[in-house]
Structures are given as C-alpha cells and as structure tokens.
Design a protein around this ligand. Sequence first.
Ligand code: NAD
Length: 369
Amino acid sequence: MAELPTTSVPVDILRGFVADIFTAAGCAREEGAQISRYLLSANLTGHDSHGVIRTPRYVQWLQEGKVVAGQDIAIVHETPTHAIVDGNWGFGQTIAPRAVDLGIAKARANGLSVVGLRRTGHIGRIGDWGERAAAAGLISLHFVNVAGGELVAPFGGVDRRFSTNPICIGVPTKQGPIILDFATSLVAEGKVLVASNGGKPVPHGALIEPDGRLTSDPRTLYGPIEGTHVRDSAQGTGAMRTFGEHKGSGLAFMCEMLAGCLTEGGTSGPIPGGKRTRIANGMLSIYLAPGSFGAARFEDAAREYADYVKASRPAGAGGEVLIPGEPENRNRVERLAKGIPLQPETWAAICATARGLGLTPPAVPTPNV
Ligand code: NAD
C-alpha cells in the first residue's frame, strides 16, 4: 500500500487532546494524562505504532471492560529480591511504571532484582521502562509477551503461535541511557496498523499467507480494511513473521517462557479448556545495580565502548554507525520541534473516538502533500 501524506500535530495539542479523550472515557484526569504522556513518548521516539494510533483501541477496551481504569499492582509473590505482581487488568501505562518502580527499589536495596508482571493492559513502548530504570542508575532487561495475542508464526510454520514479544535492554550512562528495544516479529504489529492506515508500508516478507506466500499486505493480518477505521487481527487469515529466521523465532519463544509461563500470566496460545476474552501483556524484568557488581566505572566504560563502536568506518558513503537508542533520541528532538506526523486515517479515527465521547477535536494543519 502506498504511503499517504501526513499532518503534523503540535505535541502539546496532541498530548492534551488524548488526555481529554481518556478522561472523558472514564479515567481520572491524572491517569488520562499519564496514558497520553506515554503514548506521546512512543510517537516522539518515532514508534508511531505504539503512539496515539492506539487511542481508539484502548478506549474500546475500556468501554468493553477489557481494561480497567484506576488500578494498582497487587503483589502475588515476594522476596527481598524478586516479586510477581498482578496488574489487575489496569492500563499498562498506569501499571507498568509501578512494577518497574518495585524492581528499582529492590535492586537499589539488594544490588539486583527480578519482577514479573502479569495481567496488565498494553504496556506500549518497552523502551520507556528501560529508560525509567536507567534514570535510577540501573541496567535492566525486559522480556515481554501478550497473553492471548497470537499474531506471529514460528520459524518454519504458517500458523500464529507467538505475539510480537519485544525485548528491551537498557544501560545507564552519564550522557543518557543506551536503550535497545525491539519486537521479535520482523515489524511490530502497530507498524502493520500504521501501514493499513496509509502510513509507511511494512517490508515484503513481514507477513505470511496460510499457503506460505510472503507478503507485505496488511489485509493478511486484518482482512478487508476498506471503508472501516476498525482493525481486527482476528479477521486476517495469515500471520506475521519473526525477524532473523530461527534466531528471532527462538527469542520470541523464550519471551513466552519468561513473560508468560514464569509469571503465570499465560502464553499467547489458547488457555487449556477455556476461551480468552481479552489480551494482557506479561513482562519479566531483571534489574542490575552496576556498583553492586564492583563495576564502579560501568557508566564510563559503557560510553567509551559506544564511542568506539560509533567510530567504525561507515559501510556506505555518507553513512553512519548508530548505537541503540540513538534513532529514538534524534526523533525526539525533531518531533518536539516539528510536531507528530499522523496519517489522515489515524487522525480521523482518534477524532471519531473523541466525538463519540462528546469532545470537539482541535483544529490541525492540513496534510503536507
Ligand atoms: P525497530 O525495528 O524500530 O527497532 C528499534 C531498535 O533498534 C531500537 O533499539 C533502536 O535504537 C534500534 N535501531 C534502529 N535503527 C538503528 C540503526 N540504524 N542502528 C542501530 N540501532 C538501530 O522496533 P520495532 O521492533 O518496530 O518495535 C517498535 C516498538 O514496539 C518498541 O518500542 C517495542 O517495545 C514496541 N512493542 C511493544 C509490544 C507490546 O506488547 N507492548 C509488542 C511489540 C513491540
């Protein structure tokens, strides 16, 4: 599908509008603002797939009772160094920071910690959680799955068995965090969503038809999309594919083990003898305090090595080596200045949700053609 022109919405206007939508939908003002802030964080870092495009779907989940406003984490199991916490089906943007803060507190007290989170709404861009830990001076590793969110075929197969299962590793340095954060699918599901709205097309082979044909057509995932704002992955007959052939598929499998089986939040697959009515993110997070390993120079050593990697001669003329997190940092600077580019279909869907809640959308510039 061809890419459509975008409109640039100033960050403050978009942030306020999305906060108003969640507040009108039933969240307390503070919670609505926090959901909006994290969605905008995804847009600002260039991950539009996990940004405000999610607003209509989140509101629909709230209205259907699939996600619940005003929730907190509940401790299911706890020791000084580790915990399993339940998200009570709260918004991921409310629940995840609290689970991360628990891991931070335990790692500060004991040098390291492991926190498993289960039964929470969509926790969005996982890099936000790596950044939160890094701001507290901690290294962190996050393995994520989506219980009930089967979208991705395993290497060698065509049937959906995994969710898009992201992995994030964050490292603190004095010049800012270094954050690796990606889905184990070839592209995040939201990128297929963005493409289906006329945004950047996904690469050929990101999707696979039931007969094994590789494709980039969002209809493989969502079925017919013409004339509707609604994207339902249950309507498509194909699957997404993992990156890196058997390697990405293996990482996706292990995310299910750690974030699904160990947390007991459940895997992407069916519940034995049951039927799922909603999806939930699971996340197993490991936090390490460098000082407790005797690594007093860790932050300096990390930055020195990053500089050394960046000093590699580029493969092509005018090219450049970037380290993890650099593209996101650059996007943030650019988008804070220029606004968030949104496809007309994405903006229309957000406005339709707002109008359904009795809100009047703000005026925005016409698309840049
Ligand atoms: P992606 O393919 O854009 O990869 C992003 C990672 O690669 C970042 O760490 C980035 O810094 C690094 N990177 C990008 N270009 C680079 C370059 N030229 N050189 C060096 N490093 C580079 O990300 P994605 O797989 O599309 O994932 C997008 C987002 O979706 C992530 O934030 C992820 O957490 C999120 N996600 C969330 C869920 C969920 O269930 N909540 C599921 C899937 C994905």
